[in-house]
Design a protein around this ligand. Structure first.
Ligand code: GLC
Length: 502
C-alpha cells in the first residue's frame, strides 16, 4: 500500500461469545454471534470467533480440526491446559473452539456452580490460543457477562504484555438481566485480585461481590447494546438494573446498534419448512400456511378468524403476565385463535395447558422449541405478540414482519426501533404498539389489531410494508466496524497517555 493511500487497513477482530449459531443456541446472542462475523468479513476484515467446545458439539458433524499445539492458562494457583479446535462459519470465517474436558465436557451449557471459572478459562484460553497462533487481534469484541472480564484483563494483567498491549476491547450488552454475579474468590481465579475495582453491582463501593457485567462496562474501550432505544433506556433506573449510574458515567462510550436478520435463512420464498412458499407479491398463497397451521395445532380451520401467535421464553420479562391476564377475556369476547410455542416458568406451563383444554379448537400450546414449527407459526399466524417488559433488540418481531405476520409489541427497546405503529388515517406503519406495561393497554392494542384485520386490503398493505423492511446485517456490520475503529483509536490515545506520564 502506498504512503498516499489513505484507505484504512483491514482490522483483525477476535469475537468471543458463549454461544454461536449453528453450534449452540439458548438465546438471541447466538444468532448475533453467528451472523455478524460473516457480514464483517464481507467488508474485508479478518474476523475470527471463539467459543467453548461444549460436550454436545460433535467435532465430526461440524468437521472441527484439532490444532496440534496445546497451551496453558494460569488459573488460580495452577496452570490449566487447553487446546483449540478450528471450524468455519458462513463466509469462511474461522471459529476456534476452546477445548477442556474438565470444564466443558458436560450435558448443559450454563448453570453450573463453577460457571465463573469455566468462562474465565474459556476467555483466557482464547487469548492464549491466538497468541500461540501468532495472530494478534486489533480488537477483542466481547458479548455479555461470560466474556466481560477480557476488557478488565486488557487494562491490567495484559496492559504491558507485548502481544496484547495494543489490543482494544468492545463490549456488547445483549441484556442487563443476565449479569454474572459471584463472590470475591473469582478474582483470584481470574488473576486480578490485587487490582483495585470499586464499582459494586449497583455502582457503589461494596466490594463483596464481583459483577462481571459491571466490569465489562467499566473497562471496555467502547460499549454498545443491541438497539439505539435500549442504549438510552438503560441510563434510567427503570431499565438500568442498578447499573444505570455506572452506565451514565460511561455514556460517552455507549452506543446502540440494531441487530440484523439473516435474510437468506428467514425467507418465506425459500423456507423448506412451510406448507406453501410466498412473497409480498403472492400473499394470497400464504392462506395455505394458516390452514396448515390450524390443522396441525388442532384449531378450527377458519380462514377469517384472526390467528394470534407467540414464540418466546415464558417469563414475566417477555410480558407473559399481561398475556395471562388477558387471554381469557380475548378468547371470550373476541373471535380470535391463539397458538403459543416456548418453555419457561412452570406456572405458565400449567396456565396455558389449562386454557388450551378449556378452549379446544381456539387455543393451542407447544411447550417446546423447534425450528420447523417456529417457521410455520411465523408463516401461518396473522398477528405476532411480543408484549415484553423490556427488549434489548428482539428477533421475533423482525422474523414475523418478514413472514407477513403483523407484530403487536410493547413500545420498548429494539421493538420501537423496528416496528412502526399503524396509523389508519395516513395508512402507514408495520404493526401495533402499546406503551404502558398494563393489561388494559395490551388488550386495547389487540382490539385495534383485530378490528383492522377485518379490512382485507388495508391488512394486506400492512403485511407488505412489514415484508419490505430491510433488516439485513450490512448496515449493522458497517456500524460495528466504525465502533472497532473508535475503540482502537481510544486505546491508542490511552497508550500515548501512559507513555507520556511514565
Ligand atoms: C438478548 C435480548 C434480545 C436480543 C438478543 C440478541 O436475548 O433479550 O432482545 O435480541 O439478546 O442481541
Amino acid at each position: 500500500m502506498s504512503e498516499t493511500d489513505n484507505t484504512p487497513r483491514p482490522l483483525r477482530i477476535l469475537l468471543l461469545a458463549a454461544e454461536v449459531v449453528p453450534f449452540v443456541k439458548t438465546g438471541g446472542l447466538a444468532d448475533v454471534a453467528g451472523s455478524l462475523p460473516p457480514a464483517i468479513r464481507a467488508l474485508g476484515h479478518d474476523i475470527r470467533v471463539a467459543m467453548p467446545r461444549y460436550g454436545r458439539i460433535d467435532p465430526r458433524r461440524f468437521n472441527l480440526k484439532l490444532l496440534p499445539k496445546t497451551f496453558v492458562v494460569p488459573l488460580d494457583n495452577r496452570m490449566e491446559p487447553g487446546q483449540l479446535r478450528e471450524g468455519r462459519l458462513a463466509y469462511d470465517v474461522p471459529i476456534y473452539f476452546v477445548e477442556n474436558a474438565r470444564y466443558f465436557d458436560r450435558e448443559g451449557i450454563y448453570m453450573y456452580p463453577d460457571d465463573a471459572e469455566r468462562f474465565i478459562f474459556f476467555c483466557r484460553g482464547a487469548l492464549e490460543g491466538v497468541r500461540q497462533l501468532g495472530w494478534q487481534p486489533d480488537v477483542v469484541h466481547c458479548h455479555d457477562w461470560q466474556t466481560a472480564l477480557v476488557p478488565n484483563w486488557l487494562k491490567t494483567i495484559y496492559a504491558r504484555d507485548p502481544f496484547f498491549c495494543q489490543t482494544a476491547s468492545v463490549y456488547t450488552i445483549h441484556s442487563l438481566a443476565f449479569r454474572g454475579i459471584f463472590g470475591r474468590r473469582v478474582l483470584e481465579i481470574a488473576g486480578i485480585a490485587e487490582y483495585e475495582f470499586t464499582a459494586g453491582p449497583d455502582g457503589t463501593r461494596d466490594g463483596q461481590v464481583v459483577d462481571f457485567m459491571a466490569r465489562g462496562i467499566t473497562y471496555a474501550d467502547v460499549i454498545n447494546t443491541v438497539s439505539p432505544t435500549y442504549a438510552r433506556e438503560i441510563l434510567t433506573p427503570e431499565f438500568g438494573e442498578n447499573l444505570d449510574g455506572l452506565l451514565r458515567q460511561r455514556q460517552d462510550r455507549l452506543f446502540g446498534i440494531l441487530n440484523g436478520l439473516d435474510a437468506e435463512d428467514y425467507n418465506p420464498a425459500t423456507d423448506p419448512y412451510i406448507a406453501r412458499r410466498y412473497t409480498a407479491e403472492t400473499l394470497e398463497q400464504r392462506a395455505e400456511n394458516k390452514a396448515a397451521l390450524q390443522r396441525y395445532a388442532g384449531l378450527e380451520v377458519a380462514p377469517e378468524t384472526p390467528l394470534l401467535g407467540a414464540i418466546s421464553r415464558l417469563t414475566d420479562d417477555k410480558g407473559f403476565d399481561l398475556i395471562q391476564a388477558m387471554l381469557e377475556p380475548m378468547l371470550k369476547h373476541l373471535d380470535v385463535q391463539f397458538v403459543l410455542m416456548g418453555t419457561g416458568e412452570e406456572r405458565y406451563h400449567r396456565f396455558f395447558l389449562e386454557i388450551a383444554q378449556r378452549y379446544p379448537g381456539r387455543m393451542a400450546v407447544f411447550l417446546t422449541f423447534n425450528t420447523p414449527l417456529a417457521r410455520r407459526i411465523y408463516a401461518g399466524t396473522d398477528i405476532f405478540l411480543m408484549p415484553s417488559r423490556f427488549e434489548p433488540c428482539g428477533l421475533g418481531q423482525m422474523i414475523a414482519m418478514r413472514y407477513g405476520s403483523v407484530p403487536l409489541v410493547r413500545a420498548v427497546g429494539g421493538l420501537v426501533d423496528t416496528v412502526q405503529d399503524y396509523d389508519p388515517s395516513a395508512q402507514t406503519g408495520t404493526g401495533f404498539l402499546f406503551r404502558a406495561y398494563d393489561a388494559l393497554a395490551f388488550y386495547t392494542a389487540v382490539v385495534r389489531a383485530v378490528e383492522t384485520y377485518r379490512y382485507t386490503d388495508v391488512w394486506r398493505k400492512l403485511q407488505q410494508r412489514g415484508m419490505q423492511q430491510d433488516f439485513s446485517w450490512q448496515a449493522s456490520a458497517r456500524a460495528y466496524v466504525e465502533l472497532y475503529r473508535l475503540a482502537c483509536s481510544l486505546r491508542a490515545q490511552m497508550a500515548q497517555g501512559i507513555s507520556r506520564t511514565s
